[in-house]
Design a protein around this ligand. Structure first.
Ligand code: FMN
Length: 324
C-alpha cells in the first residue's frame, strides 16, 4: 500500500488519478479507474448540457461505489458554455471531488465550499498554484511541460516543477505530465508529490471509450510523437503528431499566422471524429510525451495494479540495493 496525504484526502486506495479528458472521460473509464482503487474523473464539458452531466454522474454511480470526481475546465472562448450551470449540476448530484483547470477556481469556490466539495486545481506554474491555495483548494495538480493538452508557456518539466511546487505549497501536490508507470510514480513520490495524475496512459486502456485505432497507434509511438501547436499564439497545446498538427505547426512557422488561419484544421469536432471513428488523420487529438511509454492496452484494473505493485518492488528492491 502506498499511503499519502492525497489517498487520505480523497479516500482512495492508490495515489493515482485519471485527469479529466475531453471526449475520453466517460462513465465507463471513470468507474473502471475508481474500481481499480485510483481516482476516476469525468469531464463536465464532454457532456453537451449540464442535464447530460447529471445523467453521466448517475451512470457512473451505477458502475462504482468508490469515490470519483468531475473535471471543470474553464477556458476563454467566444461562446462560453454555461459553467455556472455545470457547477450546479456537479454539486446537485452530490459529487464531492472536483478537478478545476484552465482559469482560477475562485469564482466557484464559495459554491464548492457550501457543498463540502474538495477541489484539486490543475495548473502549470507555482505562482498559479499559490493563488489557488490562497482561495481554498484542497490540493494542487502541477502540470509539467510533458503533459498532453495545455502545458502553459513556462516550459518547465515535471522533474523541476513538481519539487518546486511541493516545497512552496502547504496543500498536497500531485505530479502531472509525463507520468505513466511505476518508475515515474516512485519518482513523483521522491520529488515530494503525493500522487500522480495521468491522462495519456489512461487513454490506452480497454475501458477508454475511444477507437481501437487510436489506442493501437499510441502503442507504436515514441518520445518524438507529439507536436506543440499554438506556440505563436501563447496558448500552447501538446497534441499527437499527425498530418494535421504538422500542418498547423507549418502554418505557424510563418510567424504571422492568426487563429483564423488554423481554425478549421483544429476544430474540436474533427478531433472528436478521430476518437469516435478511428480516422487518425482527421483532426487534432491530445497526447503527452508519455505516449512513448505506452506499450500495451490493458484494463484499468491491470494497469493500476501493475503500477502500484511494481512501484513497491522498486522502493523495496532497486532503491534499497543502491544504498551503500
Ligand atoms: C485526450 C485528452 C484530453 C484532455 N482534456 C482535458 C480537459 O478537457 N481538461 C483538462 O483539465 N485536462 C485535459 N487533459 C489533460 C489531462 O487531464 C492531464 O492533465 C494530462 O494528460 C497529464 O499529462 P499526461 O498526458 O502526460 O499524463 C486531456 C488530456 C488528454 C490526453
Amino acid at each position: 500500500m502506498l499511503k499519502t496525504r492525497i489517498t487520505d484526502l480523497f479516500g482512495i486506495e492508490h495515489p493515482v488519478i485519471q485527469g479529466g479528458m475531453q471526449w475520453v472521460g466517460y462513465a465507463e473509464l471513470v468507474s473502471a479507474v475508481s474500481n481499480a482503487g485510483a481516482l476516476g474523473i469525468l469531464t463536465a464539458l464532454t457532456q453537451p448540457t449540464p442535464e447530460d452531466l447529471t445523467k453521466e454522474i448517475a451512470r457512473t454511480r451505477e458502475m462504482t461505489d468508490k469515490p470519483f470526481g468531475v473535471n471543470l475546465t474553464v477556458l476563454p472562448t467566444i461562446n462560453p458554455p454555461p459553467y455556472e450551470e455545470y457547477a450546479q449540476a456537479i454539486v446537485g448530484s452530490g459529487v464531492k471531488i472536483v478537478e478545476t483547470a484552465g482559469r482560477s477556481p475562485e469564482p466557484f469556490m464559495e459554491l464548492f465550499k457550501e457543498y463540502d466539495v474538495k477541489v484539486i486545481h490543475k495548473c502549470t506554474s507555482v505562482r498559479h498554484a499559490l493563488k489557488a491555495q490562497s482561495v481554498g483548494v484542497s490540493a494542487i495538480t502541477i502540470d509539467g511541460f510533458e503533459c498532453a493538452g495545455h502545458p502553459g508557456e513556462d516550459d518547465i518539466p515535471s522533474l523541476v516543477l513538481l519539487p518546486q511546487a511541493a516545497e512552496a505549497l502547504d496543500v498536497p501536490v500531485a505530479g502531472c505530465g509525463g507520468f505513466s508507470d511505476a518508475k515515474s510514480l516512485v519518482a513523483a513520490l521522491a520529488l515530494g508529490g503525493e500522487a500522480i495524475v495521468m491522462g495519456t496512459r489512461f487513454m490506452a486502456t480497454k475501458e477508454a471509450g475511444i477507437h481501437q485505432n487510436v489506442k493501437d497507434k499510441m502503442t507504436e509511438a515514441n518520445e518524438l510523437s507529439t507536436n506543440l501547436m499554438f506556440r505563436t499564439m501563447h496558448n500552447t497545446a501538446r497534441v499527437f503528431k499527425n498530418s494535421i498538427s504538422d500542418q498547423v505547426v507549418e502554418i505557424e512557422s510563418s510567424g504571422s499566422a492568426t487563429f483564423e488561419d488554423v481554425k478549421d484544421l483544429v476544430a474540436g469536432q474533427r478531433g472528436r471524429v478521430v476518437f469516435e471513428e478511428g480516422d487518425l488523420e482527421h483532426g487534432i487529438w491530445s497526447a503527452g510525451i508519455s505516449v512513448a511509454r505506452v506499450k500495451d492496452v490493458p484494463s484499468c484494473q491491470e494497469m493500476v495494479s501493475r503500477l502500484v505493485s511494481d512501484a513497491e518492488k522498486i522502493i523495496d528492491g532497486r532503491l534499497q540495493s543502491v544504498k551503500a
